[in-house]
Design a protein. Structure first.
Length: 82
């Protein structure tokens, strides 16, 4: 990036995704927590109707914590039987 500071000038998504704090947070959530494919449907809907972020983020967090809870339950149960 230091050698070519204009490397992202042609990337319309890069400019749009970092144009506001809301869009930057959405990009961070999409990339780190949910994965890129999550954004194909959710991101356009959230950009058009920001209140729907509560539904999408809530369902994503419920799924993530549900799977994490199952994994922890199996590990604890396995150690308890030992």
């Amino acid at each position: 990036l230091e050698k070519d500071p204009g490397i992202f000038n042609e990337c319309e998504h890069c400019t749009r995704a970092t144009s506001s704090v809301m869009k930057a947070n959405l990009l961070l959530f999409k990339t780190v927590i949910a994965g890129d494919s999550w954004g194909r449907i959710a991101v356009p809907v959230i950009e058009a109707y920001p209140a729907t972020a509560i539904i999408f983020v809530g369902s994503q967090l419920t799924l993530v914590f549900g799977v994490l809870n199952l994994i922890v339950a199996v590990v604890v149960d396995t150690f308890a039987d030992s």
